[in-house]
Design a protein around this ligand. Structure first.
Ligand code: THU
Length: 132
């Protein structure tokens, strides 16, 4: 299956419209393409206590995993300023479910810009799994 990166970026931009970002004013949207072909979108959801705030990418991952999806091909991220790269925490969360060749698309005003997870998070942290 070919990845339609432009469409994925459009879906991310649409998701950013739902961002709840009253503290930073920085809306972010993400669109996560599962191997099944389904797309899970997410936006950032901030909190007055700040630390419970969740990024757009993690919203999308948690939505997908909670719907039974664990295998992913790509994510597109669009922010109030672009290119908007996934933060370090989101890179680590993506590494939990995605291979090094997982595609991360950001928007820089032109064609979708592609990075792999391996490029953005070399030497991710892992420990042995003991369950499912
Ligand atoms: N944010 C994301 O949603 N994704 C990113 O990749 C970077 C940062 C959010 C977190 C916070 O709500 C706002 O952007 C400013 O940091």
């Amino acid at each position: 299956m070919e990845i339609d990166a432009k469409k994925l970026l459009e879906q991310a931009a649409a998701a950013a419209k739902n961002a709840y970002a009253p503290y930073s004013g920085f809306a972010v949207g993400a669109a996560l393409l599962a191997e099944s072909g389904k797309v899970f979108t997410g936006c950032n959801v901030e909190n007055s206590s700040f630390s419970p705030s969740v990024c757009a990418e993690r919203t999308a991952v948690v939505k997908a995993v909670s719907e039974g999806e664990r295998h992913f091909k790509a994510i597109a991220v669009v922010g109030r300023q672009n290119p908007c790269f996934p933060c370090g925490v989101c890179r680590q969360v993506l590494a939990e479910f995605c291979d090094k060749d997982f595609c991360i698309y950001v928007y820089d005003g032109g064609e979708p810009k592609l990075f792999t997870l391996g490029e953005l998070l070399p030497h991710a942290f892992f420990i042995a799994k003991t369950g499912n």
